[in-house]
Design a protein around this ligand. Structure first.
Ligand SMILES: [Zn+2]
Length: 229
């Protein structure tokens, strides 16, 4: 079996999902060099970071972070793209694990009761095969050992892609598209809201507003990537 595995590796070498170099024995999905070089933001330890500033006055929250900056080399983008459009679930697990490792050490992210991935509309999830935010949440769960509340937040309205819209259009496009089921379940809980990318924050804020129907809820936000500024 071991020989067979070695032979398969020789014929079909496993490559790093970020840089495409051949993975060495003991390396998994992303090579050691990339793990070292991917640009971390450190925002989890900076309560007043630019993303938090974006949320001020928009919704009450506890903390906001992104794990990585979009890199000049495009590696972070490549990982997310693979996750969203090429069925590379392992990318999402890796990215989630990286978030989890950072949050374990961050004072503002202690005592989390539930991880809540931003839901896709069921129609879109069917098309994609899975919800990429849920896969990231699974990676976080593996490290932090916090349960995922997958069914509490639902997306009730189908929206078109946000990418070509202006800031204002984005806010209008996602306004009131989320619904919180059984708000009593999250009453007084600290939840970690998870998404892949944070650009304007419109989607996260809309989801956050739905979550606020749970009395006394404390919302922290964690995403994979944001633009560097
Ligand atoms: Zn690599």
């Amino acid at each position: 079996m071991k020989l067979f595995k070695s032979l398969v590796n020789l014929l079909f070498p496993r490559v790093c999902a970020a840089c495409g170099n051949i993975l060495l024995e003991g390396e998994d999905s992303v090579c050691t060099t990339c793990r070292f070089l991917l640009p971390k933001t450190g925002y989890e330890n900076n309560p007043d970071n630019p993303l938090a500033q974006m949320f001020y006055g928009q919704m009450p929250f506890n903390a906001v972070m992104a794990e990585f900056f979009f890199s000049k080399t495009g590696k972070v983008q490549h990982l997310i793209h693979g996750l969203k459009y090429h069925h590379c679930r392992e990318n999402g697990i890796f990215l989630g694990q990286e978030i989890g490792k950072s949050l374990l050490k961050a004072p503002d992210y202690q005592g989390i009761d539930f991880i809540i991935p931003i839901p896709l509309h069921p129609k879109k999830e069917k098309l994609r095969g899975y919800n990429q935010s849920l896969v990231i949440a699974e990676g976080i769960h593996e490290i932090m050992n916090v349960p995922i509340a997958e069914k509490s937040l639902v997306r009730s309205v189908f929206t078109n892609t946000q990418t070509k819209k202006s800031r204002e259009e984005r806010y209008q496009n996602v306004k009131d598209i989320f619904e919180l089921k059984k708000p009593e379940q999250l009453q007084g809980k600290h939840v970690l809201l998870v998404d892949d990318v944070l650009t304007t924050g419109a989607t996260l804020m809309s989801a956050g507003k739905a979550l606020l129907h749970a009395e006394g809820i404390k919302i922290s936000v964690a995403t994979v990537a944001c633009a560097s500024n």
